[in-house]
Design a protein around this ligand. Structure first.
Ligand SMILES: [Zn+2]
Length: 74
């Protein structure tokens, strides 16, 4: 697996907990899982079973907050 880095700025992402990968518990970043979109020509979980995970650091999220759709957890 690739070294955990911010998807946008390439900053290295550290783990938030000992013995946990940043891919599972990121510090100063959020973990985003996606896939299953009919609109993508790269990933379609329903067709190929592959989903993707990316890490985005808090600095990038702050800088691009106007592009974030915030949703309340159901
Ligand atoms: Zn970043």
């Amino acid at each position: 697996m690739e070294e955990p880095r911010c998807f946008r700025c390439d900053k290295k992402i550290e783990s938030a907990a000992t013995n946990e990968s940043p891919w599972e518990m990121a510090s100063g970043a959020v973990i985003m899982d996606g896939g299953g979109s009919f609109g993508s020509s790269l990933y379609d979980t329903l067709m190929d079973g592959i989903s993707i995970r990316i890490l985005v650091c808090d600095d990038c999220l702050t800088e691009c907050k106007n592009k974030v759709k915030e949703q309340m957890r159901p």
